[in-house]
Design a protein around this ligand. Sequence first.
Ligand SMILES: Nc1ncnc2c1ncn2[C@@H]1O[C@H](COP(=O)(O)OP(=O)(O)OP(=O)(O)O)[C@@H](O)[C@H]1O
Ligand SMILES: [Mg+2]
Length: 1034
Amino acid sequence: SKGERETEKKKHKTNKNMEGALTARDRVGIQDFVLLDETTEAAFLSNLKKRFSKDLIYTYIGTLLVSVNPYKELDIYNKKQMDIYMGVNFFELPPHIYALADNAYHTMLTEFNNHFILISGESGAGKTEASKKILQYYAVSCPSTTLLNTVRDKMLMSNPVLEAFGNAKTLKNDNSSRFGKYMDIQFDGQGDAVGGHILNYLLEKSRVVHQNHGERNFHIFYQLVEGGSDDLLHQLGLERGCQHYNYLTQGQCAIVQSINDKNDWKTVKNALQIINFDETATNHLFEVIASVLHLGNVRFDSDSKGHALLNNNTELHWVSNLLGVDAHRLQEGLTFRKIEAKKDQVLSPFTTDHAIYARDALAKAIYGQTFTWLVNRINESMENKDPSRKTVIGLLDIYGFEVFYVNSFEQFCINYCNEKLQQLFIELTLKSEQEEYEAEGIEWEPVQFFNNKIICDLIEEKHRGIISLLDEECLRPGDATDLTFLERLEEKMGNHPHFVTHKLADKMTRKTLERGDFRLLHYAGEVTYCVLMCQSKNDIVKECFSSMDPDSRRRPETVVTQFKSSLQKLTEILMAKEAWYIRCLKSNESKQSGQFDEALIRHQVKYLGLMEHLRVRRAGFAYRRKYDVFLKRYKPLCPATWPHWRGVAADGVEVLVQHLGYLPDEYKMGRTKIFIRHPRTLFATEDAYEKCKHELGERNTKATGQRENTENRKKLIESCWRGTQARKEKEKRAWAVKVIKKFIKGYMTRGQAKNTDNSEYLAFVRQNYLNRLRDNLPKTVLDKTTWLTPPAVLTETSEMLRKLHYRLMVRKYVRGITPQKKAQFQMKLITSSIFKGKKDSYPQSVAHPFADSRISEEDINPRVIQMIRNERIKYCVPVIKYDRNGFKPRQRQLILTQTAVYVIEEAKIKQRVLYTSLKGISVSNLTDSTIVFHITREEPKQKGDLVVQCDHLFELLTKLCVIANKQNAIKVVQGSINFEIQAGKGGAVDFSTGPEPMVYKAKNGHLMVVSWALSLLSHVSVQTGYHFFFSDYI
Ligand SMILES: Nc1ncnc2c1ncn2[C@@H]1O[C@H](COP(=O)(O)OP(=O)(O)OP(=O)(O)O)[C@@H](O)[C@H]1O
Ligand SMILES: [Mg+2]
């Protein structure tokens, strides 16, 4: 279909651009941002800066041209340059505005469709210059005849005239366009420029009566009073010199170095002739201009009531003369308000303020109408009346986003316009991208970008948008004020995410907003508008109530609605055309050449949505090309495709990229094209191709004979490809050698303080250690051995980390333990405090949990239970009791109650020791399990001390400590323990170690207890440590 064909061609165009960019890559930065490897703002700016420093002011984003104002004359706009770009495959050349102009022109000719070039950017960024460059290019490059020459001249000459009436010196630009301009250039089938048409938008009329400090009125006024002949000035009642006129001196800079009003006057006069202004028309034009100057000098006196008076004013007579209106009526109009009450007319006098206001309103209206008239006249002179079909290229030179400290109604319109244009761009670009993916059968990967439709709707939606509300408020009977308008806005837009006012804002934002402000979050950034713009409602909005036909009862349109509909029309005009974009950037605020103000440019890159544009352009695949084109270029890189591929191009490409080792994710095969995701893939291919081409060329000249030639080539290709690979390998190795050397040096100096030799090494060591540590952390708190030994630089860190890690594990552990376990640990802690480091068998005992009891109640004789039922049984354990005489071992049960220790034999209580009479407990320091209970004897017949052996020594004694609070009574003794057999008769237990544990009565009458030496216990596998950990960390 035609649509497909068009997209096809459009893409082809993009690819050609890239080809050029590829060839010239790296010369100075990258010529096409699409081929930047990184789409960051930093990379973008750095590329722009690099190019700007070499006076390369143009760079592409696909087919979009980015232009940076150089503020100096560059020798790139001469006839020679034009010839270079003309009709040639410009894509092999560096980016240029001529390339874009030529490309648009040739696409128009081949496709016979309409195009437009949207030029946007801040004030002073170079939009108007760009549009002039394009016009000049067409003037020179299009075919010409004498007849056509006049059309061409008219188009060229319309510029100085429109600039004289529509441009002015501002703080930002000495030749700032104060109106938006859209110009169609019409071409016939042969590509001859045969006509033109201009649409103008929103002339800044307020400038006629007021200029800020450092700014001027429209150029034409100064040109007239400085350059006009004496005769002319006399005729118009003017004096030479701007200083005589109120409307020319408010900015206090009537004379400017960079502007030569006298010369410009001549140019304008000449231009007027060329665009068919006869003398009468020219005279009328100047009469109007002069009348405005006179109006500006009209002064009002005031009577006793403060009413404005205007008596026999000479200035007024000049106005009346020049405009051909009755002086009396003029005077009346300036000093009285006319109120129509039923059929009568009542005149109500103005105050002087009102009168001044009426005077200024009149001046602006006169100038505004004249400007429109002028545009119409120019259009008439450029019009082509031939009915044959023509195609057009439109040039749109429109203000970019404007943000001032105080943003009024005009900024609102300007920014709204940009919002619309961005919307247009999104729609056109995404549409064509999507169409292409669809046509190629490749899945569309959604792009992340901000769609500003929501903001356009906020502004222009019928009945709901800001413009509708403004209209309603203006036309509503009653006292509409700025603030009632703001309230209406708040009411209707209250929760819109892109609308904020002082009242709606959160605390932080509120600080940045005045009460009379509202803020729109435009796609390019936030702009705060002052509703006092409705004061300019006085200026502009109200002015529009004076609808063309005074008798008409039709509801008049407000300026903003007019603007909205003219934008709507413009959008329609543009939507039907193929879009080209030029984004102009201002390099610095001070109009200096060679200065690249990064902050300023970053700001513009943002406001022009360039990154967004790049993102949309790079959606998914940065590069795509038709199979045959791709194959044709790169076929020398694969033996199977060189010199000819006999099959289908797509298959050839597949073979080729397989051979080159493209990864599956790096490319996609469409119906007619290969899509390559990253520029680097393409660059690698291009590099190989460059080398190969070079060598092919060289050797080719030496080769003779057709067959030999082919054979040679085959070998050559292979060797080229291998050569490329080998060179890459070599580079890699060289890199590796460097790294290794650095590493060795770092190793040798690792002990020194950080310096250039070892800093990287140390960083590596650190990282490496931390990584390894992460993977090898001890899993339990008991594990004291796996902590990796740190390198010297990390000793301290490692120690801190170790502590932290253990603490963490402890915390986890502690949080996870049950109350029972906790009680258990508390007991173990007591055990530890008594025995740790004192008794040899202690460490082995640690891991064995304590039991509540070692004998269940069923195994205790009921009679015993009966006997001691008043004292609660706390713990029971089997023991061997040694007789005091003869030390015969006897199996007994030992029961701890709340008050006493009982020695039980079957049903008999053999001994009862009250805790109160238990004066001490002794154990040895060795691994045996003998315990001696020392007892206080109040009565002589009471039994002597108790000697037992208990396998659960630690458990028993700990329980005893807890129940009877006997912690301090326990002694760990070395050598032997003395005890009392009975009153007055002593005995002793001696302890030693030996190969086999035994207990016997020694010859000296002592009880001899032999136990294993500690070393022999080591075969018993026991965990040690959790005690340490508690004492260490709790
Ligand atoms: N390509 C260029 N080469 C040299 N100088 C340039 C170029 N473009 C712009 N300039 C300089 O910058 C000045 C401002 O450019 P221009 O009038 O085109 O800005 P603009 O974007 O149209 O601004 P405005 O929005 O105020 O109309 C020019 O007068 C000229 O001095
Ligand atoms: Mg301009």
